[in-house]
Write a protein that binds this ligand. Structure first.
Ligand SMILES: NC(=O)c1ccc[n+]([C@@H]2O[C@H](COP(=O)([O-])OP(=O)(O)OC[C@H]3O[C@@H](n4cnc5c(N)ncnc54)[C@H](OP(=O)(O)O)[C@@H]3O)[C@@H](O)[C@H]2O)c1
Length: 330
């Protein structure tokens, strides 16, 4: 297949607010060893895209400077040594960047088949959240059935995914959200209790039932000492972002006295091999949850590619529940 040399994309014209996202024309990317080119149908919008746009989360040197960490679409070109995919395959993929465009390259092992029965729109929302949740909650956090799991930001893309995956693993799920409506939506997804963090003392409530065996947190700041207090003995705290800041004063004696584990990770800078390991686990464990009807992405809204700025404004308004997508090729 002969691809055109240029494509529509959305670029970050300068660091700033949503308005710095501007439609632009870019060269179609060329696949390297082990890479595929995807004609993008839909691109998922994630909070790290907004951090990149604001100049706070630089892409790795080898990645496209265009935003976009996940997409779905059709494989249209194969680089040297690609073995898994053929032209025409429908995939969804984790990207090092570049999803806000008509074409994108990624490592072939970071792509997964669009799950049976799922549309490309929903599939675009799977990679970033599934890779992040599985690698942090299960591979790093070691969540097991029967454990008490607390995830903050339950109505976020990450939160709605974590609630469903943890429930499917048989954990008891607790979560926080900024409004009563969002809290009820989280309970409808499988959370045993969702606390409105503006009106309820989630730390006291979870502590009263024995504490959390595992907490997944993206808030940080003042939540760090509260999370530590909320953990059960031998509990684990996995940090995936610091929306309220990364610097706090902590009494580390609690870690020692109660045998707590404090850890965290960020997906994007990890090696291709590490992301491929996560991809294999996601396909082995999460794709069957989708097939069984235990997990489906919660969709908030759709915007055309050239309205990426409006999509970011919606995400930063915190009015959304679940995932926001950009329609690129449809
Ligand atoms: N480490 C990694 O590899 C990785 C990968 C992907 C995402 N992330 C991080 O994970 C987070 C979620 O990402 P996303 O794409 O799902 O974004 P998102 O949908 O915009 O979610 C952000 C969430 O943070 C919640 N929040 C803000 N302040 C809060 C507080 N004080 N207490 C409880 N919740 C609070 C908001 O909830 P309310 O609106 O209810 O307040 C919102 O749901 C982001 O911080 C992102 O940077 C990390």
């Amino acid at each position: 297949m002969t691809l055109s040399h240029t494509m529509r994309a959305v670029e970050i014209s300068e660091p700033g607010g949503p308005e710095v996202l501007k439609p632009a024309t870019h060269p179609v990317p060329v696949p390297g060893h082990g890479q595929i080119v995807i004609r993008v149908a839909y691109a998922g919008v994630n909070r790290p895209d907004a951090l990149q746009r604001a100049g706070l989360y630089a892409p790795p040197a080898s990645a496209s400077p265009l935003p976009g960490l996940e997409a779905s679409g059709t494989v249209v070109e194969l680089g040297p040594n690609v073995t898994r995919w053929s032209i025409g395959d429908k995939v969804c993929a984790l990207l090092p960047g570049g999803g806000y465009a008509e074409y994108v390259t990624t490592h072939e092992e970071h792509a997964l088949p669009v799950p049976d029965g799922m549309g490309v729109k929903e599939a675009a929302c799977l990679p970033e959240t599934c890779f992040t949740v599985w690698s942090n909650v299960v591979m790093r956090g070691g969540l097991r059935g029967g454990e008490r799991f607390l995830v903050h930001g339950g109505a976020s893309g990450i939160g709605t995914t974590a609630i469903q995956i943890a429930r499917s693993l048989g954990a008891r799920v607790f979560t926080t959200a900024g409004t009563d409506d969002k809290a009820r939506a989280c309970e409808a997804l499988g959370a045993e209790r969702a606390f409105n963090y503006k009106t309820e003392d989630w730390a006291a409530e979870v502590k009263a039932i024995g504490g959390a065996d595992l907490i997944l947190d993206m808030v940080g700041g003042a939540y760090l000492p509260r999370n530590i207090r909320t953990l059960a003995d031998d509990g684990r705290l996995v940090q995936i972002a610091f929306l309220q800041g990364a610097k706090v004063e902590l009494n580390f004696a609690e870690l020692m006295m109660r045998r707590l584990t404090l850890t965290g990770s960020t997906l994007r800078p990890q090696s291709d091999a590490a992301k491929a390991r996560i991809a294999r686990q996601v396909e082995t464990h999460v794709w069957p949850m989708i097939a069984a009807g235990h997990f489906t992405p919660v969709m908030d809204s759709e915007f055309p590619l050239d309205q990426a700025a409006q999509a970011h404004a919606r995400m930063e308004s915190s009015g959304h529940t679940g995932k926001i997508v950009l329609k690129v090729g449809g």
